[in-house]
Design a protein. Structure first.
Length: 600
């Protein structure tokens, strides 16, 4: 736990400084992007300290990916990272000090500061030990170690196809594994760090008591808290599922907060677009979330000016900067732009994973996600054939969530039809005719409706994309939860607004009491489960990857390892593969750094 805390403090300082610099550069370039209030113009101010951290994490990830293309991610990588962090710290020291003092005034109460610290130490403990994800010992650990030892390697997917499942989470994990310190293990703290940032964002739920009313982002925060309780004993593993789910929750919560504030500036939406592109590079299941880009695109191109066009093109360049290193790593590792998708076939490199292998791998992922293991017999089942079995094997809670999703989609469709047929028609107010449009965001009266349809439609698209690809519940529970809470939460708030003052007060008190009881119940269960696996050793050091018995084999005179039983090897036996590949694999050059090709 202590090791996790020390690494997190280093991560917080470096990412905050880098993120602060990035956001301020972005604001300086977008200085004409104004938040308009009552006809006057007011320069947009960035409101989120966790936003600075997540911006820094994004930049650090892109940086680590680019570095890995040319060299291994180790000490030299950190030296340059700290150099840039220090530069930003010096340049923005006065402004940053002012904002940090403002932050302390905001959380000036002793109880608030204690709450944030309790969350910090609680998440650090959860990250220090727990259940190591099966896939982490199967290939996550090895993927991270390859980045630590060599950077990106040509045809690495030929050694193990799972190593071709490139994720931006792995270079980030390698960056902050502290392997370069030559300690007794490679630390894996960044999945827990993403959970920490989300947990800090969820602490804002306490404002519900001060506000005296419920806002739609409260429902998203409750869903996120439920998810965090669920992964508390698993976030010790560097699984990309946890990275992307916590990041998606964070993005949607921030989006809903903008919705509540009726934010008119395009600047924060550009930031969320960058984060959604980042989420996609972690796991492709998040790709539909990039629909958030429709908001800044509309605002920049509607009544466009020369400056707005400059911001638009700069935003495209920023998104490409985030995405391109991910795609380059894909091609180097597998020969495919997006492995295992073979629709886009642009490269004919010697180390390319055979098309048939990639296609079978894609079918296996989809089949497994639907709850089957026999690919030849179940890969091409229709929806009515696979859905009943898939649904029957869900837990009771997850069944309820899917049912709520179906209900939410129906309500969304009905509201859309109602709006198109009735609300969007011209209506007369005095001598003026007003045409209400869903995305006429310049009309303050319609901003709330437009944002609801935008975010609701995005969540439904994410949910349907997950269901159509590989609907394993751990891949897409975030979309299932958010689709329900965003759409049904909106309906609940509309119903509450129809209550009289007394009924509103009764509902609010009842809701608050239920939430507090639920949090207490989940908290007691969490402590009880943590007590069962308590190990005092983990108060100092983080739990290591799993250890497995392995056997050696050779490729071009270099010793590799494979498991004596099963298919997992963990981190330490390196390099390794799930099976003996003697006579099936060879180096492109004279050593592993040169890459791998299959022997035909």
């Amino acid at each position: 736990m202590l090791s996790v805390i020390l690494i997190w403090l280093y991560v917080i300082v470096t990412t905050y400084l880098i993120g602060y610099g990035f956001i301020n550069i972005m604001l300086a370039f977008s200085k004409r992007g104004r938040a308009t209030q009552k006809g006057s113009e007011k320069a947009y101010r960035f409101h989120s300290h966790t936003g600075y951290i997540m911006s820094g994490v994004l930049i650090s990830t892109v940086y680590a990916q680019i570095w890995s293309i040319f060299d291994k991610v180790e000490l030299n990588c950190h030296i340059f990272l700290m150099f840039f962090a220090c530069i930003f710290g010096v340049v923005y020291r006065d402004k940053m000090s002012e904002e940090l003092r403002m932050l302390l005034r905001i959380i000036r109460s002793y109880k608030s500061r204690i709450l944030y610290l309790v969350v910090f130490f609680l998440m650090a403990y959860g990250t220090s030990n727990g259940i190591m994800h099966y896939d982490s010992d199967l290939y996550h650990a090895q993927a991270i170690r390859w980045i630590e030892e060599y950077g990106v390697v040509k045809g690495l997917g030929n050694l193990h196809v799972r190593l071709a499942y490139n994720s931006a989470a792995f270079p980030l994990s390698a960056l902050f594994s502290m392997k370069f310190l030559q300690l007794d293990r490679s630390y894996h703290v960044m999945a827990g760090f993403f959970a920490l940032v989300l947990a800090w964002e969820c602490v804002e739920l306490k404002s519900i008591i001060r506000r005296g009313n419920i806002i739609i982002s409260d429902f998203a925060r409750l869903a996120a808290i439920y998810y965090l309780f669920g992964i508390f004993d698993e976030m010790v593993a560097p699984a990309s599922d946890y990275f992307v789910a916590t990041l998606v929750f964070y993005i949607v919560i921030k989006w809903l907060d903008l919705y509540v504030r009726r934010e008119h500036s395009y600047v924060p939406y550009i930031f969320l677009t960058f984060l959604s592109v980042y989420a996609t590079t972690i796991k492709l299941v998040a790709a539909p979330l990039m629909l958030v880009a429709s908001i800044p695109i509309y605002r920049l191109l509607n009544n466009r000016t020369k400056h707005k066009l400059q911001v638009f093109y700069a935003s495209i360049l920023g998104a490409l900067t985030i995405a391109v290193p991910f795609f380059v790593r894909n091609v180097i590792i597998s020969g495919w732009l997006i492995y295992p998708a073979t629709v886009i076939d642009l490269f004919n490199v010697p180390w390319k994973i055979p098309k048939g292998v990639a296609e079978y791998d894609a079918l296996e992922i989809k089949t497994f996600g639907r709850g089957f293991s026999d690919v030849p017999n179940h890969a091409h089942m229709s929806f009515p054939e696979w859905f009943p079995k898939w649904f029957s094997e869900l837990s009771s809670f997850n069944k309820m969530v899917i049912i709520l999703d179906i209900l939410a989609i129906l309500i969304y469709v009905l509201l859309s039809v109602h709006y198109i047929l009735i609300d969007s028609k011209e209506r007369t107010v005095g001598d003026k005719k007003i045409t209400e449009k869903i995305f006429d965001i310049n009309m303050r009266s319609m901003l709330r409706t437009g944002d609801f349809f935008a975010i609701g439609g995005t969540m439904i698209t994410c949910f349907l994309f997950w269901m159509a690809s590989a609907p394993l519940i751990r891949y897409g529970i975030v979309f299932a939860l958010l689709t329900a809470v965003v759409i049904l939460g909106r309906v609940v708030i509309l119903l509450i607004n129809k209550f009289d003052k007394r009924k509103k007060e009764v509902f609010f008190k009842s809701f608050t009491a239920i939430v507090l009881l639920w949090l207490a119940f989940k908290g007691v269960n969490l402590v009880a489960e943590a007590e069962k696996r308590f190990n005092p050793d983990y108060l100092l050091k983080q739990q290591d990857y799993g250890v497995y018995e392995v056997k050696p084999y050779e490729v071009n005179g270099v010793t590799f390892y494979y498991p004596s039983e099963g298919d997992r090897v963990g981190y330490e036996p390196f390099p390794s593969s799930p099976e003996n590949l003697s006579g099936k694999l060879q180096f492109i050059g004279g050593n592993p750094k040169d890459g791998f090709v299959k022997i035909k």
